[in-house]
Design a protein around this ligand. Structure first.
Ligand SMILES: *Cc1c(COP(=O)(O)O)cnc(C)c1O
Length: 371
């Protein structure tokens, strides 16, 4: 077998992230039918260990879907709200908005709670909204709004959910496996994440980590979707150790390797590494006279929205290409009322990569006569 040398690209987009070569090569395996026991055991291992990152596998279960992260968010939202249920969705960025689009597509009774995309959620206003709305059964929100880098206080909102006895759904796509989560103490019933962000695996698998008690109660809800039905996917896997439909086989082998590497580093240490990269980034930006959107206090330390240089010569696509040639992938902004680009510091990179990025950024800013 010959293995060619793989170029290392530094991905500064918010996932898929830079992976280790061991994760990349874990995908190269003898062909296997996913209904074989070996593969069932592999999925079982991945499910149990993913659960263990955020809860006790006795009380929580991980349900896999082939698809990107959004498929899993859609699976949860379309599957857990009963016909006479009503959900409050917190919208403080593009991903919160996407949740609203999903419940709208399924005609699920939804109350949208709009909140600033750059400032923390006003808990008092939120509590008023919950108290004033009759029949609320669920609340859904984003953990880390990847749109901006704003970290939402899911603990505080989990407490509200417990007080008002509503089920709590969290999209922690860009928080999971870096920012510590404890589903039990945070009162989270369903948590969505995917294989290609902080867990540092390949793209193609989404997962819903579910409270078994909550999930069991969804059994009677008439399915709104076949493929994305959460309970059906869960029950079939419990019974057969298989997925109902063809899973992304090789991606699962990479996911297992990524899980092992996450366990080896530990989530706490991973977040420390990410945080160091982020601090290096912020210091560098300040040195270059660039401003960022989110206050340090409310920042995820995972993605930074940077205000674009205010000069005619600046062009995001040109800047992208300039970086891309040098092995760095940067990302456009997504907040409507601010002109930003984004730099994420997830994946198998560290502060030395950020230092290298900053030095290229300095060269680029010189080219466009910025300051
Ligand atoms: C990445 C991400 C998703 C999922 O995006 P996909 O492109 O479907 O993988 C969902 N929510 C948040 C907060 C994300 O960061």
């Amino acid at each position: 077998m010959s293995i060619k040398q793989i170029t290392r690209n530094v991905l500064l987009n918010p996932g898929p992230a830079t992976t280790t070569d061991t994760v990349k090569f874990a995908q190269v395996i003898p062909d296997i039918c996913p209904r074989e026991k070996e593969f069932g055991d592999l999925m079982e291992y991945c499910a149990t260990e993913i659960t263990r990152f955020v809860g006790d596998p006795k009380d929580y279960a991980t349900v896999f879907f082939g698809g990107s992260g959004t498929a899993t968010v859609e699976a949860i939202l379309s599957s857990v709200i009963p016909e006479n249920g009503k959900i409050l969705i917190i919208d403080n960025g593009a991903y919160g908005k996407r949740m609203c689009q999903i419940t709208s597509a399924y005609k699920i009774d939804t109350l949208v709670f709009k909140s600033s995309s750059i400032e923390p959620i006003d808990l008092k206003n939120l509590e008023d909204a919950i108290r004033n709305e009759e029949g609320l059964t669920h609340l859904a929100m984003i953990h880390h709004e990847t749109t901006t880098g704003l970290l939402n206080d899911i603990s505080a909102i989990g407490e509200l959910c417990a007080t008002y006895k509503i089920q709590f759904i969290v999209d922690s796509m860009s928080g999971f496996a870096a920012i510590p989560v404890d589903m039990k103490s945070m009162n989270i019933d369903y948590l969505a994440a995917s294989s290609n962000k902080n867990i540092q695996g390949m793209a193609g698998i989404g997962f819903a980590i579910c409270s078994k008690t909550a999930l069991e109660k969804t059994k009677e809800i008439a399915p709104r979707t076949l493929y994305l039905n959460l309970y059906a996917q869960y029950a079939y896997f419990e019974k057969t150790h298989q997925t109902r439909f063809t899973p992304p086989v090789q991606t699962f082998y990479a996911l297992k390797q990524a899980i092992l590497e996450t366990m080896e580093e530990s989530i706490e240490k991973r977040y420390e590494r990410y945080s160091q990269s982020w601090e290096t980034l912020l210091n560098g930006l300040e040195g270059l006279g660039l401003k960022y959107l989110i206050d340090k206090e409310y920042h995820s330390k995972i993605i930074t929205s940077i205000i674009e240089p205010d000069t005619e010569k600046y062009d995001f696509n040109e800047m992208h290409d300039f970086f891309f040639e040098k092995g760095f992938t940067i990302y456009p902004g997504k907040v409507s009322n601010y002109d930003t680009f984004r730099i994420s510091n997830i994946g198998q990179i560290d502060k030395r990569d950020i230092e290298a990025f900053l030095s290229v950024l300095e060269t680029y800013l010189g080219k466009i006569d910025y300051r």
